[in-house]
Design a binder for this molecule. Structure first.
Ligand SMILES: [Zn+2]
Length: 232
């Protein structure tokens, strides 16, 4: 979780005129600012931003609140996602309670294995051939960060050689435990692409088989950081 004190510190830095002004064109109106309201079909600027009260209010549709509420509604983000978004806008570094430090580590694992998948793609001719045959150009490979997940053992070797435990790999959805109790990598011989949350954080992977594995596509399972409902 984001440390509540650090949210309070961030709040003191927020300026409603700055925040709304970073999304919409504001016009000075006496002591306040005005703009076209993004929350209803507005042609006459009816959204008023008050620097003294640090709020916005639409006189037509009634939308209103503080900087956080504005970003939440405008970007359709959850509260913690909004706080992270604002923190990055203000170059403010949030502190996290221990549990979320864990989330941070989980993300690091995903980012590292994404780098590994991307590197592996470059030296697997079968995979690069496959991509070429599907008519996917280099620009798309780069844009979608396509990679290649090799054999289960190679995945697990990569993780252990980078100091990750199997429970961390399971927690992030990169590995699973089979019925026989043996660990396996979830993405095997698949073209991979990372999945990002709305606020731009890597949360999991999608993968398409190129060697005829049963499931044509697999996605990361639901994990602490990959909440599928929040992504769509
Ligand atoms: Zn409105």
């Amino acid at each position: 979780m984001i440390d509540t004190q650090s949210i309070e510190n961030l709040k003191t830095r927020l300026d409603i005129v700055d925040v709304v002004g970073s999304y919409l064109e504001l016009k000075k109106n006496g002591a306040n600012w005005k703009c076209v309201c993004p929350f209803h079909d507005d042609s006459n600027p009816s959204l008023v931003v008050s620097p003294s009260k640090q709020i916005y209010h639409c006189f037509s549709c009634g939308a209103g609140g503080d900087s956080i509420k504005f970003v939440m509604e405008y970007e359709k983000l959850s509260y913690p996602e909004t706080i992270e978004k604002l923190a990055s806008m203000y170059n403010f570094s949030l502190s996290y309670t221990s549990n979320d430090g864990k989330t941070h580590e989980d993300r690091k694992l995903l980012e590292n294995i994404n780098i590994f998948f991307k590197k592996t793609l470059d030296n697997r001719p079968t995979a690069t051939e496959y991509i070429k045959n599907r008519g996917i150009g280099e620009a798309s490979v780069e844009k979608f960060e396509l990679g290649y997940a090799p054999s289960s053992q190679e995945n697990l070797n990569f993780l252990s050689s980078h100091g990750y435990t199997i429970s961390e790999a399971i927690e992030t959805g990169i590995a699973g435990v089979g019925e026989n109790g043996r660990n396996y990598a979830r993405f095997i011989e698949r073209i991979t692409f990372p999945i990002y949350s709305l606020n731009g954080k890597m949360v999991g992977f999608g993968g398409r088989t190129i060697t005829g594995h049963n499931a044509k596509y697999v996605n990361s399972p639901q994990t602490k950081i990959f909440n599928k409902l929040n992504i769509i």
